[in-house]
Design a protein around this ligand. Structure first.
Ligand code: DON
Length: 328
């Protein structure tokens, strides 16, 4: 099923998306990630927004077909896959689900369990990469890429140059991985898990891809454009829960209050938001705030949440019914 409503001028969702875009365009604060040259030289003015509904309609505005690396947005999908492959109990024995309240690359572990706090910070995501590597062996990257591609409804690929730079400079992530090895969360060889983590961060996507991937989560794991069952329903539930509480790092509390939807950001400038059973949002704008979240992306999703009443705890529910009516 593919019903594309792309760029329909009088459609109320298209109008809302356009307004979110225009409202966010003037937000030129923040800075490009510069820890590797590839990210430091992207065009800072790029900005794209896409909304894909759980009924298979796609709305876009701006630079939605410009490729960038998925970076930490991959953490949500990798976690979902790990849950599906080995079960929640096994994953939970290796990675917690508590917000850390700290930066994504903090070198810290739960003081009682010694596990990473959650799968959305680097320590947790590297552990999840270890789980995927344990299951799939040397084919792990190809297998995971296949899944991500099914979620995006397009064959995704690796940005080789970003991957090489991540691998050459990722000493902090390697240090985290060795601590994980010491606590038993990772098996030998540690480098396999870290290498998979770097590759997963270096997958190339567009804002359009992110919206479709987010809509696949919103649609209980089924890609609404193809009808393909990509992710297990129960795994999606647990993933959205962790995205809700931990997806925006040490901005997660503010995000839950102000925007109120599960989300995940990446230092490539990508951001996804998921409105359960309704729609997925994908944003791309590479200037980041001090937490590592896209400045325009955060502004645009907050604007859309307010305008369309997408907040999970929207008191009146007028917004939700608004969206449903639009989609009827
Ligand atoms: O681990 C890293 O340094 C990156 N390749 C991924 C980090 C990331 O995207 C954090 N998100 N805001």
């Amino acid at each position: 099923m593919q019903v594309s409503a792309e760029n329909l001028n009088n459609d109320p969702i298209q109008i809302a998306l356009q307004q979110a875009y225009e409202n966010s365009l003037s937000q030129t604060g923040g800075a490009l990630a510069d820890y590797i040259p590839e990210l430091a030289r992207v065009d800072p003015e790029r900005f794209g927004l896409a909304l894909a509904t759980a009924k298979g309609r796609l709305y876009t505005v701006g630079d939605v077909d410009i490729p960038f690396t998925i970076q930490s947005v991959s953490k949500a999908f990798s976690y979902c896959l790990a849950l599906e492959l080995v079960g929640a109990q096994e994953v939970r024995s290796r990675v917690g689900v508590e917000p850390s309240g700290d930066a994504f690359n903090a070198i810290e572990f739960d003081p009682v369990t010694r596990r990473p706090f959650n799968p959305m910070v680097n320590a947790g995501a590297i552990t999840v990469a270890g789980v995927l590597r344990d299951v799939y062996g040397a084919q792990a990257f190809e297998k995971v890429l296949e899944k991500f591609s099914l979620a995006a409804n397009r064959p995704l690929d690796l940005d080789e140059s970003v991957y090489r730079s991540e691998a050459e400079t990722g000493h902090r992530n390697r240090a985290i991985a060795h601590l994980l090895r010491a606590s038993g969360a990772l098996a030998e060889p540690v480098e396999d898990a870290v290498d998979l983590y770097f590759r997963l961060c270096s997958i190339r996507v567009t804002a359009r891809d992110l919206a479709v991937m987010a809509a696949t989560l919103a649609n209980m794991g089924e890609n609404p454009f193809t009808g393909t069952e990509v992710f297990d329903l129960r795994a999606v539930r647990d993933t959205l829960a962790v995205m809700f509480s931990c997806g925006m790092y040490d901005y997660s509390g503010n995000w839950i209050c102000d925007v109120g939807i599960p989300a995940k950001s990446g230092v490539g400038g990508g951001l996804i938001g998921v409105v359960n059973r309704q729609l997925g949002l994908g944003a791309f704008s590479p200037r980041l705030d001090e937490k590592g979240n896209s400045v325009r992306g955060v502004n645009a999703l907050q604007w859309l949440s307010n305008e369309l009443g997408l907040h999970t705890f929207e008191c009146t529910n007028s917004g939700s019914s608004f969206v449903e009516q639009l989609l009827a």
